[in-house]
Design a protein around this ligand. Sequence first.
Ligand code: FAD
Ligand code: FES
Length: 244
Amino acid sequence: MELHTCAILDNHPVAPETYQLTVHCAAASQTRCGQFADIAIPGKKLRRPLSITDWTDNTLTFTYRVVGEGTDWLSRQHQGELELLTGCGNGFDLTAFSRDILLMGGGIGCAPLLGTARQALAQGLAVKLLLGFGNPEQALFQKELSGLDVEAVYCYDSLGENVAQALVRLGWQDLPFCACGPLPMLRAVCQASQAPGQVSLEARMGCGFGACMGCSVQLKERMARVCKDGPVFHRKEIVWEHLL
Ligand SMILES: Cc1cc2nc3c(=O)[nH]c(=O)nc-3n(C[C@H](O)[C@H](O)[C@H](O)COP(=O)(O)OP(=O)(O)OC[C@H]3O[C@@H](n4cnc5c(N)ncnc54)[C@H](O)[C@@H]3O)c2cc1C
Ligand code: FES
């Protein structure tokens, strides 16, 4: 983890209440997919964690939904600098996949899956994505994914199909997966799928780097800090009754 002062390069709306932010960051190339950065917000003691959507050698891109004062402040910043703690969390372990990978996301939980798809392609994996949103207006990454050699399927609650239902309809339950989204969605896809999987959990965070234990969750055989030991855990480790 490193502290960086990062110039804002771009910050624009991509869907209702949803923005994409790109900053300059000298350490961006060290990013692993599924990691997050912790962003300082003036006047707030706690930094706000955002997953890294994509990165280049010297830029980081985030996709975030405005839900409170911190993200509202962020959405109004178009120039200047942000202080970021980068390289947070373990990220997805793509070495666990040998041929196919299915990336499943729900809502703003899809944020880390674009960079993950690019990484998986670079590793020679056959990439499928299944992304669910409340309605078509909220869909993310359609343009970016259309330029990649991936199979991407979108589903919408408003049209009567959630991610777990689409997973079954597509017959993709045997594909090893990475998933990120709200807990009920993560549980539903784990119940529907028989395959090995990695899930990225969210928790309210304090310090963001493993010191305060504020983000601890009870796993099957251990307590774990979502910020430092996670946010990605193997599905086998999770006892949903402890989390929901
Ligand atoms: C590892 C990690 C990665 C994340 N990645 C993203 C991302 O890529 N894009 C994105 O939009 N959001 C992401 N989040 C959630 C994001 O951190 C919060 O939405 C943000 O901190 C809210 O700050 P705020 O000041 O705007 O709202 P606050 O005033 O802090 O909260 C507003 C509302 O949001 C809820 N909330 C705040 N934080 C969380 C949380 N961690 N989990 C569930 N509910 C929360 C609060 O309960 C409250 O109802 C991530 C969270 C974690 C832990
Ligand atoms: S937020 Fe402090 S240990 Fe995770």
